[in-house]
Design a binder for this molecule. Structure first.
Ligand code: ADP
Ligand code: MG
Length: 207
């Protein structure tokens, strides 16, 4: 056969997409939107989340707007390699909670032809780069920065204000511990309010 008439088949190239921003900025919503569309296109999808994030459900990723999608809990990024064999599209929520090996694992999956979508916080509550997300941004093909609404002034918010007393980098929670804030209203060294705010009487007694 004339070689120019032959259909050449190429191995499909995979890629990495990162969805990052502050808490409440819609990262999980956007991840679910992309995964649902892939599923509509009859692609084999697989979604993972780290063990640490069991806030709303063990078996689903759940957004603050109560959208959800089935997911598997994993303890390490490496687990994704063996569990994604069949998947064409892989979603990962709360990527910041994995170690730096998340970067290598995502690279391996993308090299194997898979579409890898990672959602995660790019900054911690002190507005410092968070976990493997910054390194992942440098190797990703596509980056989406999502913004929340600053609860103080309504401006676009790309930071997460911790509102309870704790200086651990990781403190899993939602509106009980955190608020979305803009650059102007995010206060890094503020004394957080006590978690136990007490009754009016207790406060009066303390004064
Ligand atoms: P993320 O994964 O980035 O934490 P989610 O996708 O879980 O965000 O939730 C986004 C949803 O959170 C919004 O659609 C909205 O309903 C809700 N939300 C609550 N507080 C805010 C806020 N300050 N700004 C924007 N959305 C907020
Ligand atoms: Mg989320």
């Amino acid at each position: 056969m004339n070689e120019s008439l032959q259909i050449r088949t190429f191995k499909r190239a995979g890629h990495i997409e990162v969805i990052c921003g502050s808490m409440f900025s819609g990262k999980t919503e956007e991840l679910i939107r992309r995964i649902r569309r892939a599923e509509i296109a009859r692609q084999r999808v697989k979604v993972f989340k780290p063990k640490i994030d069991n806030r709303f459900s063990e078996f689903e990723i759940v957004s603050h707007s109560e959208q959800s999608f089935p997911s598997e809990v994993i303890s390490s990024a490496e687990e994704m390699l063996e569990k994604s064999f069949d998947a064409e599209v892989i979603g990962i929520d709360e990527g910041q909670f994995f170690g730096n090996d998340l970067v290598e694992v995502c690279q391996n999956l993308a090299d194997a032809g898979k579409r890898v979508i990672v959602a995660g916080l790019d900054q911690d509550y002190k507005a410092q780069p968070f976990g493997p997300i910054p390194d992942l941004l440098s190797v990703a093909e596509y980056i989406t920065k999502t913004l929340a609404v600053c609860v103080v002034c309504g401006a676009p918010a790309n930071r997460t204000q911790r509102i309870t007393a704790s200086s651990q980098q990781i403190l899993v929670g939602a509106t009980n511990h955190y608020e979305a804030r803009c650059r102007l209203h995010h206060i890094v060294n503020a004394e957080p309010q006590s978690e136990n705010t007490g009754t009016k009487e207790e406060k009066a007694n303390a004064e």
